[in-house]
Structure formats: structure tokens, C-alpha cells
Design a protein around this ligand. Structure first.
Ligand SMILES: O=C[C@H](O)[C@H](O)[C@H](O)COP(=O)(O)O
Length: 217
């Protein structure tokens, strides 16, 4: 099975957590896209979805799934999304596709967060994947200097603007010993909107697709 087939397999496994008449929070990226395509096969059973990016909203709508604004929804029982890295504590790095801020907002509202990944995303320690940090454009150089002072090597993601009109710094070389502490520390830098560490609010369930099938923890 190639990597895309593993993503599809794990995305389809998440469909069994979808309950009738609910509004589902939906993540962003190639794994989440498989989940959206699966959700389309049962769209008559759900009320609709809240999207974590414009791209996800467009894909949901292309399948005829109603997209709700998060502000019009008072509770979200389930959020399903991929990740760039996940550890055994279900902490993640996300934002490889630049959707980290909206993803973090939807995840904060959701009662249950299910992370769907293929086996290549499992790590002992977070940080081999460069950590995305969403920054207000005028603060880019200031925040980059602060990230260097923290031991990172920030790289400006060129020709990319987030759905919120901001820029991304991808930070290489961070030694992430304490993900919760670093998540808070980076979010306290003036000009940072948020960063791609999902440790204060980890996933509740991780589904991992590999050659043996789908494992859950
Ligand atoms: O911004 C993008 C998201 O955090 C994605 O969930 C993450 O990058 C994983 O994407 P993919 O499923 O395409 O590997």
C-alpha cells in the first residue's frame, strides 16, 4: 500500500465515529480530504460540517455538504484532522498546509478530536518536521529574531498567505523537550497568531494507518 492508500484507509476508519444528525468539524490536508470524500457517502445522515480552512469548505461544498460558520454552532461533538507529526501523548505538530490557526480554533471547540495519520507521522519526539508559526506580516522579522534566540532556524514560507491574511515561519532545529511549555512560550511572542504545536489540547484518539491495518491509541 502506498502512503496515499494508507491515508485513505485511516480516514475511512474515522467515519465510524460520525454520529447521525451532528455537525462535524473537519480538518485540512490530504488525509482530511479523504475523510471529506468518505463523509460525502453518508452526507444524508449528518447536519453538515464546520471547516478549518477555505480549501476544506470548498471541498465539502463540492460534495453538497452544508458548511456552517463556527460562530453559528454552539457545540461540536467531533473534529477529525490529520497531522504532520504525532507522539505517544497524542501531541502533534500541524500546519504543514498552513491551516494551523483555524484548525486550533475548531479543535478547541470540539468535544472529541480524532487525529488520522499514516504511520510515517508517528515520532518519539516532536520537531523533526519544521514547526509552522503563523505571524502578522509586519512582525515577521521581529518574531524571526526571537525564534533564533530560542535556538530555532526560522524560514519564511515564500509565496504563501494564510486564510487569515498572515505569513508562516517554518522553524527548523527546535529541540522540543516540553511541547506544552514551548507552545505557550511561542504564543506569547507579540505578533504570533499561533503555532503548530497542539499539546495543550492534544488529540483524544489517534488512528494510525499502516500495512497491518488501523491502530488506535
Ligand atoms: O495545515 C495543515 C494541516 O495541519 C494538516 O493536517 C497537516 O499538514 C497534515 O496534512 P496531510 O494530511 O496532507 O499530511
Amino acid at each position: 500500500m502506498d502512503q496515499d492508500a494508507l491515508k485513505k484507509q485511516v480516514a475511512e476508519a474515522a467515519l465510524r465515529y460520525v454520529r447521525d444528525d451532528e455537525i462535524i468539524g473537519v480538518g485540512t490536508g490530504s488525509t482530511a480530504n479523504h475523510f471529506i470524500d468518505g463523509l460525502a457517502t453518508m452526507k444524508g445522515r449528518i447536519r453538515g460540517a464546520v471547516a478549518s480552512s477555505d480549501a476544506t469548505a470548498a471541498r465539502l461544498e463540492s460534495h453538497g455538504i452544508k458548511v456552517f460558520s463556527l460562530n453559528d454552532v454552539d457545540q461540536l461533538p467531533l473534529y477529525v484532522d490529520g497531522a504532520d507529526e504525532v507522539n505517544k501523548y497524542r501531541e502533534m505538530i500541524k500546519g504543514g498546509g498552513g491551516a494551523l490557526t483555524r484548525e486550533k480554533i475548531v479543535a478547541a471547540v470540539a468535544r472529541q478530536f480524532i487525529c488520522i495519520v499514516d504511520g510515517s507521522k508517528q515520532v518519539k519526539r516532536l520537531g523533526a518536521f519544521p514547526l509552522p508559526v503563523e505571524v502578522i506580516p509586519m512582525a515577521r522579522s521581529y518574531v524571526a529574531r526571537k525564534l533564533v534566540a530560542l535556538g530555532g532556524r526560522p524560514e519564511y514560507r515564500k509565496d504563501f498567505v494564510t486564510d487569515n491574511g498572515n505569513v508562516i515561519l517554518d522553524v527548523h532545529g527546535l529541540n522540543i523537550m516540553n511541547p506544552i511549555q514551548l507552545e505557550e512560550q511561542l504564543n506569547n511572542l507579540v505578533g504570533v497568531v499561533t503555532n503548530g504545536l497542539f499539546a495543550k489540547r492534544p488529540a483524544d484518539i489517534v488512528l494510525v494507518g499502516d500495512k497491518k491495518g488501523v491502530q488506535e491509541y
